[in-house]
Design a protein around this ligand. Structure first.
Ligand SMILES: Cc1cc2nc3c(=O)[nH]c(=O)nc-3n(C[C@H](O)[C@H](O)[C@H](O)COP(=O)(O)OP(=O)(O)OC[C@H]3O[C@@H](n4cnc5c(N)ncnc54)[C@H](O)[C@@H]3O)c2cc1C
Length: 450
C-alpha cells in the first residue's frame, strides 16, 4: 500500500501547480499522469495564455514567466472578428510552446520533492461515506492496479475528470458529477509554417465565420514569424453536416490556399467549456482545472485558470493538512478563492455564449455594424459590469425593429446584474450552499432555456 499526504491526478497545468504549492509547504506529494514523463505538459492547444495567472505564480511561488523556447510570440491584443466586423478586445499574454513550459513546471515540482509517477493511470477514486481516500492506479505494463492512499486527492485529470466522476452519487450530493454534451467543445488545430510572413504578429484572433455553428469559432494565433496556430471548435451537442477537419480546411483556405503552408503539427481534443463547478470540494477532495470546468466559456482559454486553480488547491490543501482537518468545511476556502478570481467572471461570460447560440453571427454583426452596441458597451458587459438606464434607452431606439436582438441584449444586462448580486452572497462555508446553489441554478436555467 502506498500512502502520501496529497495525491495529484494529472500533470497538466492544474496538477503541477497543485503539486508544487503543496510540496513547497513541506508535505509529501505523489503526482501521477497517464503519459510518459517526457510527454507530460505536452497538449494539443491554441497555446494562448494571458498575463494574470503568470504574474500570480511569479509573486506567490517565484515561478518565472515563460521565456526562451517556451515563448512562440508575445500577445498584445485579442481580436474579435466576423466577416464584416473587426475589433480588438484586450491583450497582454503569450502564445506558448506548451511542451517546454509544461516540462519546466514539472521539473520545479520534482525539485521541490514531488514524486512523479508517469505512465500511471487513475482508474477510480477510493471512497467511502467519510471521504475520498486516494485512487486506484494502473501503471503501464503492471499486471494489477495498486491503491494510493492520500489524505487529500486533487483531481486534475482534465477532460477525463476521472476521480470526480467515480465518486458514488450517494456520497457528497453537493458535488456535481456530469459533463453534458452542450458543455463540451470538440476542437481541432494545426500549427502551420507559411512561405511568407503573416499580418497577425502579436495577435490572437477569434473569428466567427457563419459556416461554423456559433458559439464555436475559428482561431488564428500567431506563433511568431511565418508560423500560426490555427484551429476550429464547436460544442458536442451541435449537428454539423461536414466533418471538423473538412470544415477547418475550408475556412483555412479562405486565408491561406493549399500551396502556401506546410503542416508542422496537428491534433484535436475536447474542452469542457462552461461556467465553473460552484462547488469543487468534498471531504479529502478538490477538483481543479478542466476537471472542474475552469475554462473560460467565451474564449475557451483554460490554461491560465488551471494554473491559478492549481495554486489555490495546493494552498488550501496545505492549510487543511496543517490544521489536521481535511473535511469539506476546511477545504471550502478553495471554492471562495476560485469564485473571487474567475468564477463570477466566467459565469457572466456564459451569458454571451448563450446569447451567441441564439442571435448567431449575423445578429452580432447587425448589433455592431449599426453601432446599436458600441465596442465600449460590449467591453463593459464582457467585463461583467451593467449598463446605465440612458444607455439602455439609446440601445432600444437604435435597435428598432430588431426586438429579437434587443431581448437577448436585455437578458445579458439583467443576467450580469443578477449574478453580481448572487455572488455577493456566495457562502463562506458549506452551510447554506445547497440553498444558494438552488437559487443559482434557477437563474442559470432561465438563461440557458432562452
Ligand atoms: C484544441 C485545444 C485548444 C485550446 N486552446 C487553448 C488556448 O489557446 N488557451 C488556453 O488557455 N486554453 C486552451 N485550451 C484549453 C487548455 O488546454 C486546458 O484548459 C488546460 O490544459 C487545462 O489544464 P488541466 O491541467 O486542467 O488539464 P490538462 O492540461 O488536460 O491535463 C490533464 C492531465 O491529466 C492526465 N490524465 C488524464 N486522465 C488521467 C488519468 N485517468 N490518470 C492519470 N492522468 C490522467 C493527462 O495525461 C494530462 O496530462 C485548449 C484546449 C484544446 C483541446
Amino acid at each position: 500500500m502506498v500512502t502520501t499526504d496529497v495525491l495529484v491526478v494529472g500533470g497538466g497545468p492544474a496538477g503541477v501547480l497543485s503539486a508544487i504549492t503543496v510540496a513547497k509547504k513541506g508535505h509529501s506529494v505523489i503526482l501521477i499522469d497517464a503519459k510518459p514523463y517526457e510527454e507530460i505538459g505536452n497538449k494539443t492547444c491554441g497555446d494562448a495564455i494571458n498575463l494574470g495567472p503568470l504574474k500570480m505564480l511569479d509573486k506567490e511561488l517565484g515561478i518565472k514567466f515563460p521565456h526562451g523556447e517556451e515563448v512562440a510570440d508575445i500577445v498584445d491584443a485579442l481580436v474579435f472578428q466576423t466577416e464584416k466586423v473587426t475589433f480588438p478586445l484586450f491583450g497582454d499574454g503569450f502564445v506558448l510552446n506548451r511542451h517546454p513550459y509544461g516540462q519546466r513546471l514539472l521539473k520545479i515540482a520534482v525539485d521541490n520533492g514531488v514524486e512523479v509517477r508517469a505512465n500511471s493511470k487513475a482508474i477510480s477514486a477510493i471512497v467511502d461515506e467519510t471521504g475520498i481516500k486516494g485512487a486506484v492506479v494502473k501503471e503501464k505494463g503492471a499486471k494489477e492496479p495498486i491503491e494510493i492512499y492520500a489524505q487529500i486527492t486533487i483531481d486534475c485529470s482534465g477532460r477525463n475528470y476521472q476521480i470526480r466522476k467515480t465518486i458514488p452519487s450517494e456520497f457528497f450530493p453537493d458535488l456535481e458529477k456530469k459533463m453534458e454534451k452542450r458543455d463540451v467543445a470538440a476542437s481541432y488545430r494545426e500549427i502551420i509554417r507559411l512561405k511568407e510572413d503573416h499580418p497577425y504578429k502579436k495577435k490572437i484572433l477569434l473569428i466567427y465565420d457563419s459556416i461554423i455553428p456559433e458559439p464555436g469559432y475559428f482561431w488564428i494565433f500567431s506563433k511568431g514569424t511565418k508560423r500560426l496556430n490555427i484551429g476550429i471548435g464547436w460544442y458536442l451537442d451541435m449537428t454539423v453536416e461536414k466533418g471538423m477537419k473538412e470544415l477547418f480546411r475550408e475556412v483555412l483556405h479562405k486565408y491561406y490556399p493549399p500551396d502556401t503552408y506546410e503542416i508542422e503539427d496537428k491534433g484535436g481534443y475536447t474542452i469542457p467549456t462552461r461556467y465553473p463547478l460552484m462547488n469543487a470540494v468534498a471531504d479529502g477532495f478538490i477538483a481543479a482545472g478542466d476537471s472542474a470546468f475552469h475554462v473560460n466559456p467565451f474564449s475557451a482559454e483554460g490554461h491560465g485558470p488551471a494554473l491559478s486553480a492549481g495554486y489555490y488547491a495546493g494552498k488550501v490543501a496545505s492549510e487543511a493538512l496543517k490544521a489536521g482537518d481535511i473535511r469539506t468545511h476546511q477545504l471550502w476556502g478553495y471554492n471562495v478563492a476560485v469564485m473571487k478570481d474567475f468564477g463570477l467572471s466566467h459565469t457572466k461570460l456564459q451569458l454571451f455564449t448563450e446569447a451567441l447560440r441564439k442571435v448567431k453571427t449575423p445578429g452580432l454583426e447587425y448589433l455592431f455594424k449599426r453601432k446599436i452596441l458600441t465596442q465600449d458597451q460590449f467591453m463593459t458587459l464582457h467585463g461583467g459590469k451593467g449598463l446605465g438606464k440612458k444607455e439602455i434607452i439609446k440601445i432600444i431606439f437604435k435597435g428598432f425593429p430588431r426586438y429579437d436582438l434587443l431581448l437577448n441584449l436585455y437578458k445579458i444586462v439583467k443576467g450580469v446584474q443578477k449574478f453580481n448580486r448572487l455572488f455577493e452572497r456566495y457562502p463562506d462555508t458549506p452551510q447554506g450552499f445547497s440553498e444558494w446553489q438552488t437559487e443559482f441554478m434557477a437563474v442559470m436555467s432561465g438563461i440557458r432555456d432562452w
